[in-house]
Design a binder for this molecule. Structure first.
Ligand code: PMP
Length: 308
């Protein structure tokens, strides 16, 4: 599991620091009230030997939106954001593994929204290059919070307490991941990814107003579907629709497109002509084998080429 790794270095306070020194003070709002917003960014080795990050502009813009909603000043420009990931990746990248970077703005000083100061901290973890096998999912009794409570649109650590409870619940039921319903009982998302459902050759996903994060991968899937001539619709999804879906997957930066083989007591995974095609096209795009205009890959200049 990525975050059980202990990489040698992290990026903090504008520079690389040793892992043991990447610490926050107990008095800061990041610790006392969990004040932070973050993005997970994936880097893939390309056929030309470069290591490139997928869609950094979209990640930076969503980080800035999350920060704005929490009144957390964003201390870095887009160029500084990419530069921070680049610097850390330059020190940690290994040619036989992809990389996943967690880029977090922690509230390091200020009090109840006054004089708030944030610091960009980047940690990075090695990832297997092979896509995940089809998974078994459950439906959690925990609910995705509402826009008027802890808005799911804000990608803040506190929003993942519900995901954590759902995963603990799921482990007791031998589920690989859990679906979170919204307060109306309709499908919101999974614990750290969005839902893609196929019925009669059309891909459906719940919109953010149903409690899903504004997902970068969902936007990409929509563009890839258009290129492949696959119908794609954002609309509310009932729980019972999941049980009779033709195909089901979770999608996100880290999970890419991971197929679902069963949900609760219902098997789903058999033939996956639609989601299988989207999965292959997505992986070909991020790995640079078959670029797509909706998938911007930005090469990291500090990373030594893996080309022979
Ligand atoms: N929902 C949640 C709760 C997530 O953590 C993620 C991963 N960032 C997603 C959805 C998928 O978002 P994205 O495609 O932008 O990675």
């Amino acid at each position: 599991v990525a975050q059980l790794q202990r990489p040698e270095l992290a990026y903090m306070n504008g520079k690389l620091v040793r892992w043991e020194e990447a610490v926050l003070h107990v008095g800061c709002e990041a610790v006392t009230r969990g004040l932070n917003v973050f993005e997970g960014v994936k880097a893939y080795w390309q056929p030309d030997g470069s290591l490139s990050i997928a869609m950094p502009r979209q990640h930076y813009e969503r980080l800035a939106r999350s920060a704005k909603l929490l009144h957390l000043p964003c201390p870095v420009t887009y160029a500084e954001y990419v530069g921070a990931i680049d610097q850390l990746a330059g020190a940690l990248a290994k040619s036989d593994r992809d990389l996943w970077a967690r880029t977090t703005l922690f509230g390091v000083s200020g009090h109840w929204g006054e004089d708030t100061v944030a610091d960009l901290i980047v940690t990075a973890y090695h990832q297997d290059k092979s896509p995940a096998c089809p998974i078994h999912m459950g439906v959690s009794t925990w609910r995705r919070s509402a826009d008027i409570a802890l808005p799911p649109r804000i990608k803040t650590g506190s929003n993942y307490e519900v995901s954590r409870l759902a995963r603990i619940e799921g482990r007791a039921q031998d589920c690989d991941d859990m679906i979170l319903l919204n307060s109306a009982g309709r499908v919101a998302e999974a614990t750290a990814s969005c839902i893609l459902m196929v019925r009669k050759d059309t891909v459906y996903t719940p919109p953010p107003t149903e409690g899903a994060l504004e997902s970068i991968t969902v936007d990409v899937v929509e563009a890839l579907a258009a290129s492949l001539g696959i119908a794609f619709v954002r609309r509310p999804i009932d729980r019972t629709e999941l049980l009779i879906a033709d195909e089901l997957a979770i999608c996100g930066t880290l999970h890419e497109i991971t197929l679902v083989k069963s949900i609760e007591a219902s098997p789903i995974y058999g033939k996956t002509p639609v989601l299988g095609a989207l999965q292959n096209r997505y992986l070909a795009a991020v790995r640079g084998e078959q670029p797509h205009p909706a998938v911007e890959m930005v090469a990291l200049a500090s990373v030594k080429s893996a080309a022979t």
